[in-house]
Unconditional design. Sequence first.
Length: 319
Amino acid sequence: MSSSSATLIDLLRHMPAFAGMTGFFACRDIKVASVGSELTRRVAASAMVLAVMLGWPADTLGEPPAPVPAKRLIATSPHLTELVYYAGAGDLLVGVAPFADYPPAARALPIVGGPGGLNIEAILEMRPDRVLIWESGTPAWQVERLRSVGIHVWVSEIRRLEDIPAWLQRFGNITGRERAAGAAARKFNARLHALERHAQGRTPRRVFLQVLDRSLYTFSDRHVVSDVLRRCGGRNVMGDLPALAPRVELESVLAADPEVIIASGDPLQWEEWRRRWQRYPQLSAVKHGRLVFIPGDFLHRPGPRLLDGMERLCAALEG
């Protein structure tokens, strides 16, 4: 690639609309970089726009084209499984992750992983058209291993609620279920906007998002649950932490003095923690009786049921 090609690709990489897409051109040796050529620039820009319109995730743009519509899908996380079903393509799933138990039909599907990660051999035997990957939950070396043996991989990481209908539409595009997926996306957006309207105008409350475990864990602002909280009128007191789901010290929570504690996960662990929080009557959340439990499936899985969690979370911040 010429130095001018590298220069233009580098410029495009820093443009938000095209971030991550420049590999598409580099891998195909498309000469996007003849800065003096207006025609070449227009061709390159048109190709990028086409990639966006087709809904190609940035990480797949360097791969050979996969069959469309896809007929055999594997989803490597419970929330991706739920999204595929919600998009009207659940019948195309041939393998799922452990704990993919919703909708109930997913429980009958073969499991493609375990505590050690994905079972690459099992995935190869299933001959999938696409493997849908949860970025935070999958070691990078396993993703590269799948690609190295010719598996078409789509990597997903949902950070904001808007990402959910976007992925629904992408699943519709690759499976030929555009109508069902589009309807699902519109239904999700309509309910999301209704919940947002109901929560408008609230005075923000300080909230500690507790991920139930023996130790204290929370979500930072990098997690989609923090986006849910913000839309409900809450402020994550641990939002600035760098990790996605960091461990925190009790002293840090007491110093932040949250007005509400929202806990999610195992209800048995919540009973234990509820008793522990009662030992700190000076804590605003305890003083005002704002210790709230929400089932983990409604908050930890960034799929269609996240709006059920949002409805409960917004209700906890009312009044």
